[in-house]
Design a protein around this ligand. Structure first.
Ligand code: SF4
Ligand code: SF4
Ligand code: SF4
Length: 272
């Protein structure tokens, strides 16, 4: 039973967050929202512990579709990075800012880039593409993320400086157009580089937050050197080119790990 402690703990953390935010914000939405996400993640971990092959994908679809369709399209909540800047500028501590604080800024100190492995609706679609294992070594294109990050900030800043009318409506359309662009460029890059996660590696602006914070992540894959036989299988199948056999924080592409645990699942010696 001890192995099921982790899903129970996840459920307890999200349950507490749900109740605290519900009471603090006097809004029942937070109770439903964080309970739903907590249950989805706990279910995924539970299924993973039961060795179910598609456990991660189930959580990714449950959370990703909920955020994209219910929060984004039906409720008109811009959960993209533009939405974060927007709420930050207006000084409103609401859905998008809370979402960023929990999933992408402070949460990664605890669970690294778990968001990227289990919840992101962009990667949810990209992970259906055929290049789960990158066909070629990583390119030196990571600098592009700083351009997209700056562009998202400047776009929202310009709207405020120009005192644009009906910014709420513009943000809704920015969410739609932004997602179409993300999906289109993500799919194109995946085929061009034969790598499903090329968009995550080179373009995604959110990694500007995610990477430095996940450097300190409590939850991380480590290698038991006494078991490892240096067969290299783990590194060959890693979608993010991480050197998970190096236990140091400075390991190669360490802040790219999305905690998919494919390496651990495939290690013939249970060393990870
Ligand atoms: S890097 Fe960006 S697109 Fe990729 S999974 Fe993370 S948040 Fe989503
Ligand atoms: S797959 Fe396992 S045994 Fe092989 S190199 Fe990786 S950690 Fe070591
Ligand atoms: S295969 Fe292992 S090291 Fe690579 S992203 Fe997944 S969990 Fe991280």
């Amino acid at each position: 039973m001890k192995q099921y402690l982790l899903p129970v703990m996840i459920l307890a953390i999200f349950g507490t967050l749900a109740v605290v935010l519900w009471q603090a914000m006097d809004n029942l939405f937070y109770l439903f929202n964080f309970l739903y996400i907590g249950i989805s993640i706990a279910l995924g971990i539970f299924l993973f512990l039961r060795n179910y092959k598609h456990a991660r994908r189930i959580t990714q679809l449950l959370v990703g579709l909920y955020m994209l369709i219910y929060l984004g399209l039906a409720s008109g909540e811009n959960m993209q990075i533009e939405g974060f800047w927007y709420y930050l500028f207006t000084g409103v501590f609401e859905a998008a800012t809370i979402h960023y604080a929990v999933a992408k800024i402070f949460g990664p100190l605890l669970f690294g880039r778990g968001w990227c492995g289990y919840a992101c609706w962009t990667a949810m679609a990209l992970d259906f593409l055929p290049y789960k294992v990158p066909a070629a070594p990583r390119k030196r294109l990571g600098w592009i993320r700083y351009l997209t990050f700056a562009a998202s900030f400047l776009f929202v800043a310009a709207l405020f400086l120009a005192q644009a009318g009906n910014i709420e409506r513009i943000m809704f359309w920015a969410f739609i157009i932004g997602n179409v662009l993300y999906y289109a460029s993500g799919i194109l890059l995946a085929f061009a580089f034969q790598d499903n996660r090329a968009f995550c590696k080179y373009i995604c602006p959110i990694t500007v937050f995610l990477k430095p914070m996940s450097y300190f992540s409590l939850l991380r894959v480590t290698c038991d050197k006494s078991k490892c036989v240096s067969c290299g299988k783990c590194k060959r199948i890693c979608p993010m080119d991480v050197d998970m056999t190096d236990n140091s924080r400075n390991r190669k592409n360490g802040t790219e790990c999305i905690l998919c645990f494919e390496c651990a699942r495939n290690c013939p010696k249970d060393a990870l």
